[in-house]
Design a protein around this ligand. Structure first.
Ligand code: SAM
Ligand code: SF4
Length: 330
C-alpha cells in the first residue's frame, strides 16, 4: 500500500477517513440530535457513486482506513453496494459505526460484502432508559443486532457508550460485565458539545473518563496498555478477560497531537477537525465539469493546510460547533 501523501502543517499524517453516508437516523439520541430534526434535501446529499469516488481518491493518496458512519449508515438505501465497492480497495481497516437497530438482518450481508469491523453504540441495558436516551430505539432489537454481529464473524466488534452523569453512569459496571460476557471491546466517550440540544445541560452531565475508570475500578483492576489504534482512545485491559476497555476523553485528555483523521460529511464537506468549522467543499469538485481525478486529488492534498492544531471544546457545555454529530459523522 502506498505511503500517505496527506501531511498537514504540524507534521501529522492523515491516513484515516470517516465518511458519513447519511444525516438521517431511526433514533434521536438526546446528546446527538434535537427531537425535531430537519434533514438534508436529496440533491444536497452525495450519491453512493460520489461517495465511492471520494473514497477511491483518498485511497489513491495513501488512506489505509475507512469508517462509514452517519446518521445511521444502515438506513441509507443500497448501503451494501457501497460496502461491497469499498471492500475491494484492499484496506488495512474497513469499519462502520452503527446504532445496531438494523444488524439483526444486515450483519451477515455486511460481513459478506467485505466490512471488517463494527462499532455498535450501546448506552444502557435498561429498556426504559435506553428508550429515553435514544427517544425511539428498542433495546431488544439492538441486543439482537449485537448477537447477529458476533455470529457473522467480524474481525472486531466494539461497543460505544456516551456516559452521562445522572443518566447512565451508574450502569457502567453492568455494561462492563455485558462486554466481558459477549467478549466484545467497549469504549466510553465523554459527551462533546456538537449542536444545540435542549434535553440536558452538557456541562452538568459531563462524566469524565477518570470518573468512569473509578466506577469500573470498584469491580475490576484496569491495567493500562500502550495499544494504540492511532486514534483518540486510550486503552486498558483486565487480567481475566480478553476485551479492551477504551476511553475517549476530548475534555480531560487532549488527543489532537496525534490526530490522523479527517471526515467527509454526506454533503461532501471535508472536515479537517471534529471541533472546528474548517471545511472544504468536495461536492463542488465531484459535480464540476469536467470532473477530473487530478482536481479532486489536488483539492484534498491542498486542504491539509487547513487542518487546525487542536480542538477547543470547553467543559461548560457551551456549543462552539453548531453542526450536530449526525452531520459530522461520529
Ligand atoms: N448512528 C450511529 C451510532 O449511533 O453509532 C453512527 C453515528 S453516531 C453520530 C457515532 C457515535 O457518536 C455514537 O457512538 C454516538 O454515541 C456518538 N455521539 C453522538 N453525539 C455525540 C456527542 N455529542 N458527544 C459524544 N459522542 C457523540
Ligand atoms: Fe442516530 Fe447515532 Fe445520533 Fe443516536 S448517535 S441519533 S443513533 S446518529
Amino acid at each position: 500500500m502506498s505511503q500517505s501523501q496527506l501531511t498537514d502543517r504540524f507534521g501529522r499524517t492523515v491516513n484515516y477517513v470517516r465518511l458519513s453516508v447519511t444525516d438521517r437516523c431511526d433514533f434521536r439520541c438526546v446528546y446527538c440530535m434535537a427531537e425535531e430534526m430537519t434533514f438534508l434535501p436529496r440533491e444536497q446529499v452525495l450519491t453512493l457513486e460520489e461517495i465511492a469516488r471520494i473514497a477511491r481518491t483518498f485511497v489513491s493518496l495513501g488512506t489505509e482506513k475507512i469508517r462509514l458512519t452517519g446518521g445511521e449508515p444502515l438506513v441509507r438505501k443500497d448501503i451494501i453496494e457501497l460496502v461491497r465497492e469499498i471492500g475491494t480497495y484492499n484496506l488495512r481497516d474497513f469499519a462502520m459505526t452503527t446504532n445496531g437497530s438494523q444488524l439483526p438482518t444486515m450483519a451477515e450481508p455486511l460481513r459478506k460484502a467485505g466490512l471488517q469491523r463494527l462499532n455498535i453504540s450501546l448506552d444502557s441495558l435498561d429498556p426504559v432508559k435506553f428508550a429515553s436516551i435514544t427517544r425511539t430505539g428498542k433495546l431488544a432489537r439492538v441486543l439482537e443486532g449485537i448477537d447477529a454481529a458476533r455470529d457473522a464473524g467480524f474481525k472486531g466488534i466494539k461497543l460505544n457508550t456516551v456516559v452521562m452523569k445522572g443518566g447512565n453512569d451508574q450502569e457502567v459496571p453492568d455494561l462492563i460485565e455485558f462486554a466481558r460476557k459477549k467478549n466484545v471491546d467497549i469504549t466510553f466517550i465523554e459527551e462533546m458539545p456538537l449542536g444545540e440540544i435542549s434535553e440536558h445541560d452538557r456541562g452538568q452531565v459531563l462524566c469524565t473518563s477518570d470518573e468512569v475508570r473509578e466506577l469500573i475500578g470498584q469491580h475490576h483492576e484496569l491495567i493500562p496498555t500502550p495499544e494504540d489504534s492511532g486514534g483518540p482512545a486510550r486503552y486498558y485491559r483486565m487480567s481475566d478477560s480478553q476485551i479492551k476497555v477504551g476511553f475517549i476523553s476530548p475534555h480531560s485528555h487532549n488527543f489532537c497531537s496525534t490526530c490522523n483523521r479527517v471526515r467527509v460529511t454526506v454533503e461532501g464537506r471535508l472536515l479537517l477537525c471534529l471541533g472546528n468549522e474548517h471545511s472544504v467543499d468536495l461536492r463542488r469538485v465531484v459535480r464540476g465539469h469536467p470532473v477530473t481525478n487530478d482536481k479532486l486529488r489536488q483539492t484534498i492534498i491542498d486542504s491539509m493546510d487547513l487542518k487546525p492544531e487542536r480542538h477547543h471544546f470547553s467543559t461548560n457545555g457551551d456549543v462552539q460547533i453548531l453542526r450536530f454529530m449526525n452531520m459530522t459523522g461520529g
